[in-house]
Design a protein around this ligand. Sequence first.
Ligand SMILES: O=C(O)CCC(=O)C(=O)O
Length: 282
Amino acid sequence: MTLLTEKQLSDWHRDGFLVLPEFVSEDSCRELQAHAVGQLESADPSLGGALTVFSTADQGHGQDEWFLTSGDKSRWFLEEGAVTDGALNRPLPLAVNKLGHAMHDLDPVFGRFSRTPDLAAIASEIGFSDPRLLQSMYIFKQPGIGGEVTCHCDHTFLWTNPMSVVGFWFAIEDATLDNGCLWAAPGGHLGTARTRFRRQGEGTITDVVDSTPWPTDDLVPLEAEAGTMVLLHGLLPHWSAPNRSATSRHAYTLHVIEGEADYPADNWLQRSPELPLRGFRD
Ligand SMILES: O=C(O)CCC(=O)C(=O)O
């Protein structure tokens, strides 16, 4: 089965991203959304460690045990605007920035969404020989308080030797200029990662590997209707704005690495040997 046309493949190689509208059905999006929200509706918001705020601006979560041990768990991380004086100021389903980072292996609903013949085919068409599903995130981009995701490339966080990570990003709701759609720099994947985020001692550190600033003026918006999948090359600079609108912008993203690539022991995301990485078909 070949899903990508020659033109799509050449766009992918030229731009470092590829937007595939109507890749998943509205029904699949609604099912995943209801499931993600339902989990938060039935969760205990006072769980230990659960007040961790996810902020790409200060990376404060990077020193936090709740975050650092989440590589093989399903945990939530809060929007900065959802916490006042150390307490939640709204119900959990409206407070969470994202769920992460192993729902695809722990939860059958996420698992079904994440492992399909179409995804396996796309992974092979863009060059994976042994794709491994490393990380999943369900991103809420909440109305009014949805946090900015500062410009970055995914290799910074999910480093392999050689670089291999690709993001499979799904619009679960319409992503617009108004509610904080993705932006990306066409061709920016031909540059380098600027930083590497890794473990050091009990926390994390960000090493500067290339001090060239991100090409922020070159970013283009990737507005996407629900059901669209966007492929993001691991070196592609991408960004999303805060959501100040009244509409949420739910998205789901899977980060996939090459099985044969070396995965450093000081990457922030580590898994228990009891939950080994799997492919799209295992
Ligand atoms: O959904 C977003 O706003 C950002 C997602 C992202 O950076 C990623 O999936 O790598």
